[in-house]
Design a protein around this ligand. Sequence first.
Ligand SMILES: Cc1cc2nc3c(=O)[nH]c(=O)nc-3n(C[C@H](O)[C@H](O)[C@H](O)COP(=O)(O)OP(=O)(O)OC[C@H]3O[C@@H](n4cnc5c(N)ncnc54)[C@H](O)[C@@H]3O)c2cc1C
Length: 411
Amino acid sequence: MQYDVVVLGAGAAGMMCAFEAGKRGRRVLMLEHGERVGRKILISGGGRCNFTNVRTKAENFLSENPHFAKSALARFTPRDFVALVEKHGIKYHEKTLGQLFCDDSAKQIVAMLARECTEAGVETRCGVTVRGVRRAPALGAASASQARFVVETSAGSIACTSVVVATGGLSIPAMGATGFGYDLAREFGHAIVEPRAGLVPLVFSVADRERWSDMAGVAFEVVARTQSVVEAATKMRGKPPVFREALLITHRGVSGPAVLQISSYWRPGGEVSFDMVPGVEVFRPLLERASGRDWNSAYAALRTVLPTRMAERWVRLRANASAGDWTNAGIARLEGDLHAWTLRPDGSEGFAKAEVTVGGVDTRELDARTMESQRVAGLYFIGEVVDVTGWLGGYNFQWAWASATAAGAVA
Ligand SMILES: Cc1cc2nc3c(=O)[nH]c(=O)nc-3n(C[C@H](O)[C@H](O)[C@H](O)COP(=O)(O)OP(=O)(O)OC[C@H]3O[C@@H](n4cnc5c(N)ncnc54)[C@H](O)[C@@H]3O)c2cc1C
């Protein structure tokens, strides 16, 4: 049996691409080694799938080639995906910061994509592992319908004209994640931007674990920063992004949306810093008086803006370290420390806990309009396997939909 298009992986990107190509009358086969399609969608957004972000811009993505995503994102927008969701009668709501979630369940998004695939005549085979792709032997004069590839699978060989690699990244191996897409890209001569865990909790150094780990469960709003955020913004010729969201202390380190966001930019050995009281001058009351400048007053001021346990610990650690410098300059330094709580994490929780993989197939040899390899005609890479990684908040799915639609329109 020969197909026009074989899509490798039935995740968000694979399903979207398969039905787009199917709607064009292409004979499409989608292969998935898991027992069911869309498994990551099912666990996404706490089971409600944060399926897009209405504020999506290219600035919300990390990539060695930051302008690459612009074309696909401009041609398939959050509004286009919302139109699909509405066509299927799925109720949704905006939670915060432009993030759209299903009212009921992520299962509705998987059912919607599966139905679109069925209606477009896509053949889906689960429980089939793709082992490799090779070029088909040339048979005289090439014609448009001649097979260019042979896909080797656990269920035999399949000939096709186009191969779309939608096998995702390395995050959550327990959900079927593999490095297959990277290996395949390398075999065909593509460079890989070293994959690393993104949107992942960070682990305390030994010293910080002693200081903070018994505060597990404490959460507060911060502004998170790290040096490479500035470098990434410079590449985009934009302003460094500001991640003003919640931080959560855990037994092993720090988590919560602000930490997940900054983790994608953080590099091993580097520091992360958190403004623990953004926009507030906590110790101004102390500056405004000549007497009563002491640790008790500092604590009284701090507990109005931080959880009591955190305020108490922060003051105690500093009081143990010094008697306190209650001059104006000393108070200003104390204030400065609050706005730059700096940690040098020992590492991250790794791919087992990461929501995404940063890095992937280098985009410099992919066509930004179609996702086709510039090295191998008929070979496409879409979704998370590509070196385009979104922030937390629905951006990764929007990239999956947009890149899939770009490839599905031509593959
Ligand atoms: C816990 C969690 C929550 C998330 N929540 C959100 C969210 O709310 N919003 C958001 O935007 N993003 C979210 N993400 C990120 C988002 O799920 C991914 O970016 C997105 O699923 C990537 O889509 P994809 O199709 O490229 O890859 P995947 O969805 O990972 O699909 C790849 C598929 O390929 C299959 N596969 C791999 N190797 C082979 C092989 N050799 N043969 C056959 N099949 C293979 C895999 O089994 C998998 O089904 C979340 C991620 C996680 C882990």
